[in-house]
Design a binder for this molecule. Structure first.
Ligand code: ADP
Length: 246
């Protein structure tokens, strides 16, 4: 079976300073990968490389067997960026319009059919935001906004959902509800790649963990991860680097 994500020997630098170095990582379809690592360890950059928003300086990234930067992936990948709030504040559009955009690739000669309207309504319903479909996206709480972006991915019938610290600033109860939703989607076959700073939370929910600090320190089962030294090594390394910066 073709892997959902195939990262091979990837290196990426900002202005000559590598922030992702020689990373290889395969995520099979149907997995739920939790990506962890200290602040500034390259997690967001790696996620952007995975979904084709950035191209590696060397190495390759494939999504479902094709180059990640291939535009044909379009809405096959749903992305919930970390700064969705800032971007959304500028958008004078409603929740429903955001979700409708996800459905564009499915239109028939540029028109929505009944099945598209049903898919949009179902997606809104599924993530529990049907009642706020007419609200402007910039007026929502962070949690609601993230649900809107997930609904967009559902309307698109995306196969991969990439989320960058989606529950930062979200209260514990809403966070549990949010993870319940991710579990449901994952059980139905959606591949998930998620950055999460809370190790306890992510090792509870993900089916596999990747621990990054520029290089990949660990990739495997959550149970194995908590028993290895990878965490201390990856985070210890960060302190080491910080100490040398000053
Ligand atoms: P993380 O998500 O683990 O916090 P990032 O991938 O956001 O890590 O960042 C890794 C490193 O790259 C950090 O040192 C950060 O300051 C730097 N960085 C991130 N984005 C940019 C950018 N657009 N230009 C230059 N440096 C960047």
């Amino acid at each position: 079976m073709t892997a959902a994500v195939e990262v091979r020997d990837v290196t990426f630098a900002y202005g000559g300073r590598p922030v992702v170095e020689d990373v290889s990582l395969t995520v099979e379809a149907g997995e739920f990968l939790g990506l962890v690592g200290p602040n500034g360890s390259g997690k967001t950059t790696l996620l952007e490389l995975v979904i084709g928003l950035r191209r590696p300086d060397s190495g390759s990234v494939a999504l479902f067997g094709d180059p990640a930067a291939d535009r044909a992936h379009g809405e096959r990948v749903g992305y919930v960026p970390q700064d969705v709030g800032e971007a959304a504040d500028e958008m004078p559009i409603t929740v429903e319009e955001v979700v409708r955009m996800g459905r564009y690739p499915h239109r028939y000669f540029g028109r929505f059919r009944d099945e598209d309207r049903t898919a949009i309504a179902d997606a809104l319903d599924r993530v529990g935001i049907a009642d706020i479909a007419d609200r402007r996206i910039g007026r929502l709480s962070g949690g609601q906004r993230q649900r809107a972006f997930i609904a967009r991915a559902l309307a698109a019938e995306a196969d991969l959902l990439a989320l960058d610290e989606p529950t930062v600033g979200v209260d514990a109860e809403s966070r549990e509800a949010f993870y319940d939703l991710l579990h449901e989607l994952n059980d139905e076959g959606m591949t998930i790649v998620l950055i999460e700073h809370d190790i306890g939370v992510v090792t509870t929910h993900a089916t596999e963990i990747a621990c990054l600090n520029r290089e990949l320190f660990f990739h495997g089962d959550p149970e194995a991860f908590v028993e290895t030294d990878a965490l201390a090594e990856a985070y210890g390394n960060a302190q080491h680097v910080l100490a040398h910066d000053h």
